[in-house]
Design a protein around this ligand. Sequence first.
Ligand code: HEC
Length: 103
Amino acid sequence: MKTIAMVAGAALLSLGLAGNVLAGGADLYKTKACFSCHGADAETPIMPTYPKLAGQNAIYAFNQMKDIKSGKRNNGQTIVMKGIVAAISDAELKEIADWLATL
Ligand code: HEC
């Protein structure tokens, strides 16, 4: 995974897209496996009770991910998401949230 992220990062740099928040968030959504539950298009989740993310308000989505990470949000199905966000930095979560809001 690390190698893939580095290769992808290098590819972005060579394309001159470094610092492009949209490309970064889209890339992280793939490399961090978010799509495996929320769907490749971020609006076709694998379970009917899982949230659609496309078009969600960026600040709201970021805050939800931070609350899931810290344990503040915990409603029974939150646990499946918690293990994923535990390993992702707040800066990366923000980048993904900003990208989701553009969909
Ligand atoms: C193993 C399945 C799974 C994976 C992988 C996963 N999620 Fe989730 N996610 C969930 C579930 C289930 C919820 C709803 C949790 C709840 O009900 O509290 C959720 C909730 C969320 C929310 C809050 C949505 C809202 O409207 O409040 C966001 C944002 C989110 N996920 C983003 C992501 C991102 C970004 C990734 C990748 C870094 C990711 N998820 C990976 C299962 C997953």
